[in-house]
Write a protein that binds this ligand. Structure first.
Ligand code: DSN
Length: 442
């Protein structure tokens, strides 16, 4: 109410975003809907405080309550993941990962991570990221069938003797082979860091194997399958402390003062709430349903004639290979689906034939749709809509000549704006969404 009265311009935007989230199906695999309790914790007076340092060791006065909040979040993280140390201050996944480099490497050290176009993350050593600029990055790849090429990881590790090896991805649909990575890291004397940003909720819900018995350090964002606010955590495992008894202190120093100033205390509070929710039995039910929905969506897409990278999924995510309809069609499919209220993101596929700007796939995920209660039958309905949307835009292809691409995309955007069948599907999607309220919105 205060916002509507004091800033109607911003409030109108908020209302439009609420309507967008309520009336469309969110299938971006890294997004989710937080609970009303998490949302409430974010919008509290905890945002007013500065708290550089750690509980009991702050640079500012007045942190007696904040200390309790952060200790609660740390304790819940330790218990949930079964680790001896948790840092809950990273602003998000990228600084969390950079802190792992600061804690374990010197600039110029060799590091290994999954190649970005093969589904890896920018911060695992991609050339334009600080992690690829300040460290010598040796990327590994997925095989043509879409699975991580563990033999290549081993061969590259033996040849380049990395200081740090990452396992984790933004676009990988199969179970991560954590035990293999641990074995390889041990053989070459590397630190093994697991980035479980995408699958953290599945791990705590028992729907994906945990990296904790294998990795030295684990990073995760808190806002994806874990269903918390935007933030991140760094977990140091027993294995990590056995490798380096000072690893926890090094991680803490890397976050503050190495990379960050004051933690976002309202986010820490909301992380504590989300971790409390994730410890409940119903969260395990949710995590299993996320995977069941992804499998159902994958099977239905295959039935509808789509091609999936690796043929299916083990987790919350699917990668649709659109090359049978022509390379570089990810943008077209993403925008046409957007027009009917189904939100996905264009994505490269293994062996991408065009580029990251005009990728040949789309990435889908079920965490958000599952949170609002959608189940297997809704997944089948979504696959049927995707087929119809895809068929509506069959004539539109990415021209080989770069100069012609913008013009074709302009014509395409105009065509989808005027497409009557898409407009009718938009109404059907809205109808479905009305049956599945969004937490915190209704
Ligand atoms: N942007 C995240 C994702 O969508 O996977 C990774 O940082």
């Amino acid at each position: 109410m205060a916002l509507a009265a004091s800033d109607p311009e911003l409030y109108a935007m908020l209302e439009r975003e609420r309507a967008r989230q309520r009336d469309g199906v969110e299938l971006i695999p890294s997004e989710n809907y937080v609970s009303a309790a998490v949302l409430e914790a974010m919008g509290t007076v905890f945002t007013n405080k500065y708290s550089e340092g750690y509980p009991g060791r702050r640079y500012y006065g007045g942190n007696e309550v904040i200390d309790e909040v952060e200790r609660l979040a740390q304790a819940r993280a330790r218990a949930l993941f079964g680790v001896p140390h948790a840092n809950v201050q990273p602003y998000s996944g990228s600084p969390a990962n950079l802190a792992v480099y600061l804690a374990t490497c010197q600039p110029g050290d060799v590091i290994m991570g999954q190649n970005l176009p093969d589904g890896g993350h920018l911060t695992h050593g991609w050339k334009v990221s600080a992690t690829g600029i300040y460290y010598k990055s040796v990327p590994y790849h997925v095989r043509p069938d879409g699975y991580i090429d563990v033999d290549e990881v081993r061969a590259l590790a033996r040849a380049h003797r990395p200081r740090l090896i990452w396992c984790g991805a933004t676009a990988y649909v199969r179970e991560f082979p954590f035990a293999h990575f641990a074995e390889i890291a041990d053989e070459v004397g590397a630190y093994f860091a697991a980035d479980i940003a995408h699958i953290a909720g599945l791990v705590v819900g028992g729907a994906h194997a945990s990296p904790v018995p294998h990795a030295h350090v684990v990073t995760t964002t808190t806002h994806k399958t874990l269903r918390g606010p935007r933030g991140a955590m760094i977990l140091v495992t027993e294995r990590g402390l056995a490798r380096d008894p000072e690893l926890a202190e090094k991680v803490d120093r890397a976050i503050f003062p190495g990379l960050q100033g004051g933690p976002h205390d309202h986010t820490t509070a909301a992380i504590a709430v989300a971790l409390g929710e994730a410890a409940r039995p119903e969260f395990a039910t949710y995590a299993r349903q996320v995977v069941a929905n992804a499998k159902a969506l994958g099977a239905a897409l295959v039935e509808q004639g789509f091609t999936l990278v690796t043929g299916g999924t083990d987790n919350h995510m699917l990668l649709v290979d659109l090359t049978p309809g022509g390379p570089g069609r990810g943008t077209f499919v993403q925008e046409a689906l957007d027009a009917v209220g189904i939100t996905v993101n264009k994505n490269t596929i293994p062996g991408e034939p065009v580029s990251a700007f005009y990728p040949s796939g789309v990435r889908l995920g079920t965490p958000a749709a599952t949170t609002r209660g959608m189940r297997e039958s809704e997944m089948r309905q979504l696959a049927a809509w995707m087929r119809r949307v895809h068929d509506e835009i069959t004539p539109y292809r990415l021209p080989e000549e770069r100069e012609a691409r913008n013009q074709v995309l302009r014509e395409f955007r105009e065509a989808i704006r005027q497409n009557r069948a898409l407009e009718m599907m938009r109404a059907e999607v809205r109808e479905l969404c009305r049956r599945f309220p969004v937490p915190g919105i209704g």
